[in-house]
Design a protein around this ligand. Structure first.
Ligand code: PRX
Length: 651
């Protein structure tokens, strides 16, 4: 395990100067007005979560809140629930039936407005389509779709009949899709002919066809027609979404599912080359996302909420699909890039729909800063009353800019720390009670016990760096890794005694506020996307000329981290012109454009331990100008000079 103290990510980030208490008006009307809630939840966490679970409609009440047999948790035992019922049916029975659920905007400028009734109808029909395709409870369907309403529709249709969905981000390559289809043993793939990104058509169906060349479990493919362009359809395997929808009855009863039945799997990067299939279940996940959606964003029926994430990641699952729809919110969903056709696209959307709550990532905020204030200034953003941040540490400068330029100097910012694995936000302000410090995710949500500890699990003193851990179970926690329970146990529950290991470094200040410093394992965070160094390395090494590669994240002013690769060629191979471009292409093909390194250096040696493990820590320290720490285990110290040499050439 890495040493958090020596990690470059753990330097003290700043001296806080200013604090931001909640304005009186916000406090008065917030769902949570008093910090007594923390005490209450601490005294009786199970009672607290039981009360939280009342935010949902259950077909059958649970008999016990929690069975905790570390690392296995079972929540709301015996309860029967259905996510699609909670997100739709219960709203269409009330005045919300014609309330807008989703204001959708496509990148080319097409718009759709879906009320809760509209969504309900689409989901019912599509659930019948899934049945018609022969799918039943427990089967897996993989969704490889752009940010169009059909993505949440397909997800909710799956949950309606107990099919486990596995969404694959539409920016992933055919190869990455194939790996995920194979691991999930998906029976069905749902995709579109195209998606749009920065004005270009992304050929999703073409990628899908390539992936399906070796994904033997997939029997059928449903294709949504996003553009007029036709795509080859394989007879008996491929079906058009719109044609199937006309062949099925309009209603499909939601299936009461046990709280602990899987709701979805979502792949995320870890410290090996193989992505992990995180498994979330119906009951606890929905309770966790619904209550945090309501309290952290202080979301009311009259709000227009916009989370700019992609549903291909956990943020979109929890805070575009399940959280907002479970509580009957009105939200905005946008398909494309923030700077298409111009850098004010987001602000144009905020103005058009009167967005009141805006949730985005620090990398986006830093890009907005770079593009300049003139873009937001062109629009009326006065409707915004609360801002959110997620995905990586937000530097105080970006925090202050966000508050003044986007929030008009009047909005609180909820900096929410969580992970694919945690399912729900775990460390965050509550906007009506928490005094904010720019750059800090502040305090654990009520009922959550987080800490910063050393390797043995002992709390470290205030303002000292250590490992961020969670000490008690929470409802939306991951259940396991799909088909790999042993890796689940090993990755999260063996590194620090008695606690969930997050992989993040952090410090706690004297007021108990958490300052997240970023990953201390071999995981990078590039523009808010989580990528494993080994995943990128194995993509590079799959090139026939490459013997070995070491990939590290390098601090980057906009992206948070950028990818740098050091590559050793096979014996006898000379670094030819165009090799670096070939390697970039290789990564694009194996994973997708998000994983392409910014910089590639061909070297003759890599710093390794005597047992042959690449010491990425050493390279990371070198490229970010930090202390090297203990390098006595290095097999050949001259490798350090080799890396340093390349740094000099670029400086
Ligand atoms: O390093 C932390 C960072 O993102 C990681 C989780 O990545 P992922 O599973 O892709 O989920 C991202 C969206 C929830 C964490 O281990 N991270 C997430 N939120 C924050 C953060 N780092 C600092 N501050 C945050 N608010």
């Amino acid at each position: 395990m890495p040493d958090p103290e020596s990690s470059q990510t753990l330097e003290s980030l700043l001296n806080v100067v200013e604090k931001f208490p909640p304005p009186k008006k916000l406090k008065e009307q917030a769902w949570v007005k008093s910090n007594k809630i923390y005490e209450k939840a601490k005294r009786d966490p199970e009672g607290f979560w039981a009360e939280a679970a009342e935010i949902l409609d259950w077909f059958k009440p649970w008999s016990k809140v929690l069975k905790w047999d570390p690392p296995d948790s079972r929540w709301f035992i015996g309860g029967k629930i259905n996510a699609s019922y909670n997100c739709l049916d219960r709203h269409v029975k009330t005045w919300r039936r014609n309330k807008v659920a989703i204001f959708w905007e496509g990148e080319p400028g097409d718009r759709r407005v879906l009320t809760y009734s509209d969504l309900y109808r689409e989901v019912n029909r599509f659930a019948n389509v899934l049945k018609k395709m022969g799918l039943k409870e427990g089967d897996r369907a993989t969704l490889y779709l752009p940010m169009i309403p059909e993505l949440p529709i397909a997800m909710l249709a799956c949950t309606r009949i107990g099919v486990i969905h596995s969404v694959v981000f539409a920016g992933y390559s055919a190869k990455a899709l194939q790996e995920r289809l194979r691991n999930a043993e998906a029976r069905l793939l749902i995709t579109a002919n195209h998606g749009y990104r920065r004005g270009k058509k992304i050929p999703l169906k073409k990628n899908a066809d390539e992936a399906l060349q070796d994904a033997p479990t997939v029997e059928k493919v449903i294709v949504y027609q996003r553009s007029d362009e036709l795509t080859p359809m394989k007879n008996g395997r491929d079906f058009w979404w719109h044609e199937l929808m006309q062949t099925v009855p309009p209603k499909c009863d939601p299936k009461p599912l046990d709280s602990e039945t899987p709701l979805f799997t979502l792949y995320t990067s870890g410290t090996t080359g193989k992505p992990k299939g995180i498994v979330h279940v119906n009951g606890g996940y929905l309770v966790g996302t619904a209550i945090t959606q309501k309290w952290v964003f202080d979301l009311k029926d009259e709000d227009v909420y916009w989370c700019t994430a992609d549903i291909g990641w956990i943020t979109g699952h929890s805070y575009i699909v399940y959280g907002p729809l479970a509580i009957g919110a009105t939200e905005v969903m946008y398909e494309g890039a923030p700077d298409y056709p111009q850098p004010d696209r987001f602000w144009e959307i905020v103005e058009r729909y009167g967005v009141t709550i805006f949730y985005t990532a620090p990398t986006a905020i830093r890009a907005f800063m770079k593009w300049g204030e003139e873009w937001p200034k062109k629009h009326d953003l006065s409707s915004i009353r609360l801002l959110g941040s997620v995905g990586e540490p937000i530097n105080p400068q970006a925090w202050l800019w966000y508050r003044s330029t986007i929030g008009g100097g009047k909005c609180q910012i909820v900096d929410t720390w969580w992970q694919t694995e945690t399912g729900m936000i775990l460390i965050t302000p509550l906007p009506g009670v928490t005094v904010l410090k720019p750059g800090s995710a502040t305090l654990p949500f009520p009922g959550i016990e987080a800490d910063v500890v050393d390797e043995k699990g002992n709390p470290v003193p205030p303002d000292r760096g250590g490992f961020l851990v969670i000490k008690n179970p929470w409802p939306a926690m991951l259940k396991t890794l799909y088909r790999d329970p042993e890796r689940y146990r090993r990755t999260y529950w063996t590194q620090i005694p008695g606690a969930y290991f997050t992989g993040d470094g952090a410090r706690k200040d004297k007021d108990g506020y958490f300052w997240i410093m970023g990953r201390i394992d071999d995981v990078m965070n590039v523009s808010g996307h989580r990528l494993g160094t080994m995943e990128v390395e194995s993509a590079i090494v799959s090139h026939p000329f490459v013997a070995e590669a070491a990939v590290v994240g390098k601090p980057h002013p906009v992206k948070g981290q950028s990818i740098t690769a050091y590559v050793m060629l096979r014996r006898g191979v000379k670094p030819a012109e165009g090799l670096k471009d070939d390697l970039k292409k290789q990564v694009r093909k194996e994973i997708g454009p998000i994983a392409v390194p910014d910089e590639i250096y061909v070297v003759e040696k890599l710093p390794k331990t005597r047992s042959g493990k690449i010491m990425r820590r050493v390279i990371r320290a070198l490229i970010s100008g930090q202390e090297l720490g203990d390098i006595t285990t290095l097999e050949d110290p001259s490798a350090v000079e080799e890396v340093r040499k390349w740094l000099k050439t670029v400086e």
